[in-house]
Design a protein. Structure first.
Ligand code: PLP
Length: 450
């Protein structure tokens, strides 16, 4: 690392407080500074090339130098660089995108609300749920059930819905009224002799028991990712969603599908809700909506969700909610072009086909002494790294992912360690040969790790 006083590395350490980083380790280790992108690759300032096996943060669907998105942003900047949707104002890109999203929805949706990040979208959803319950004369019906290891963001409300310890510890979270039910990870949570279906039944029974003990009339919604991403790429066990939805239906509890990672092709269908046969009342969208070329998010809701909120705002006189950057015209223009690319190039079909190759390749490592489980669907997967049996010494659970990451980087592959799981979530434009390159880098890394 270049630690001359004015080097980028030294200035980064001196001035830049990083997200999701151990600051004290960072002061010693310094940053990996990226310089440019091309297709599925990024290049650091030393000129080293990496396969971006995580699409940045699960988000760059169309690759790291898509001229059409650059043009869409540039043209919108030149035409109308900013406008908002407060006080009856609107603009073409927001209207076109709202119509487009409603048309793409896997179940009939009525309205789209625009926000700037996944966290902000989920935060807003919670406020809307409270507002709606008040409108319906059910002020007690405000709690939300999420899941252990679920990830929904980092604002006060969305971090409360997130079910990961480091998002709560010392932040004084979660806030009251947010509950966390069983994580549907069969490999980790399944009991000896319990089938996957029986485990799914147990997850649904746990949810039912929580609803009963809290009082069904106090629960507004259940929020979940169709397939858990940041909590470790947790694929729901067979029959899970069918059973969970049956429980929610019994108690008039809304279902929020957090499609921030799964949305726009990641699981081999346009939405994770389609892959897992989920019928949500609300859908959270972000990341791949603009391929993260512009910070942008949204949520869609059914008429049943929307109507009481609109009635209440009508009574009050205004909906007292909105963001300066919400429905940003540049973000909306980038989103529209990005969705056009995804459709024109049939990147959802590519995610299914390349995804099948990636999944087969990952499953091929399942017998490796360092691999506890290989899992995933479409172009999202994970390897659970374990210490080889009888050789636990020197391999520290909780740090295996971070250790493996170093080997991946050496082999030119960027992954993300989530506890001991290594995630794979490459851009949807990936080719068959590039999937093989990822698998080769994984194989070399596992050899290096042994
Ligand atoms: N929801 C899910 C499922 C996510 O994966 C994320 C981020 O990874 C978020 C919400 C939060 O999004 P953001 O980081 O844009 O606030």
């Amino acid at each position: 690392m270049d630690l001359r006083p004015n080097s980028d590395e030294a200035r980064d350490i001196a001035y830049h407080f990083h997200s999701y980083t151990n600051p004290r380790v960072h002061e010693e280790q310094g940053p990996l500074i990226m310089d440019r992108g091309e297709g599925i690759y990024v290049f650091d300032t030393q000129g080293n090339r990496y396969i971006e096996g995580m699409s940045g943060l699960w988000s760059v669907a169309v690759g790291f130098h898509e001229q059409r998105l650059i043009d869409a942003a540039t043209q919108q900047m030149a035409k109308l660089p900013y406008y908002h949707n407060f006080a009856h104002r609107s603009h073409g890109p927001a209207i076109d995108l709202a119509e487009k999203l409603i048309g793409m929805a896997p179940v009939p949706m009525s309205k789209v609300f625009f926000t700037n990040s996944g966290s902000e979208a989920n935060d807003t959803i919670l406020k809307m749920l409270w507002y709606r319950s008040n409108a319906l004369g059910k002020p007690e019906k405000k709690k939300v059930i999420s899941r252990i290891r679920g990830y929904h963001g980092v604002t006060v409300a969305s971090a409360s819905m997130t079910g990961l310890p480091y998002n709560h510890k010392s932040f004084d979270l979660p806030i009251d009224g947010i509950l966390h039910t069983t994580c549907p990870h069969y490999w980790r949570e399944g009991r000896d002799g319990e089938s996957e279906e029986d485990f799914a039944t147990r997850c649904a029974e746990d949810l039912d028991a929580m609803i009963q003990s809290e009082g069904p009339d106090t629960i507004a919604a259940f929020i979940a990712e169709p397939l858990m991403g940041a909590g470790g790429v947790v694929v729901p066990p067979v029959t899970y969603w069918e059973k969970i939805q049956a429980v929610l239906g019994k108690y008039d509890i809304l279902l929020i599908a957090d499609e921030v990672i799964c949305g726009f092709g990641r699981t081999g269908k346009m939405f994770g809700s389609e892959t897992f046969d989920i019928r949500p009342d609300i859908m959270t969208l972000s990341k791949q909506i603009t391929s993260s070329y512009f910070p942008f998010s949204a949520f869609m809701m059914t008429e049943e969700v929307y109507a009481p909120i609109a009635d209440e705002a009508g009574r009050i006189g205004v909906l007292g909610h909105g963001y300066t950057g919400g429905a940003h015209p540049v973000g909306a223009a980038v989103a529209l072009e990005n969705l056009k690319i995804i459709e024109e190039r049939d990147l959802v079909a590519n995610a299914a086909e390349r995804g099948a190759e990636l999944q087969a390749g990952l499953r091929g490592f399942a017998g490796h002494p360092h691999v506890g489980e290989a899992r995933g669907v479409g172009l999202i997967g994970a390897l659970e790294i374990v210490a080889p049996e009888g050789r636990e010494e020197g391999f520290n659970p909780g740090q295996l992912g971070a250790a493996m990451n170093k080997h991946f980087l050496k082999n030119g592959l960027i992954s993300r360690a989530m506890m001991d799981a290594m995630a794979f979530c490459p851009p949807l434009i990936i080719t068959a040969a590039q999937v093989r390159d990822i698998l080769t880098a994984v194989e070399q890394s596992l050899e290096g790790f042994a």
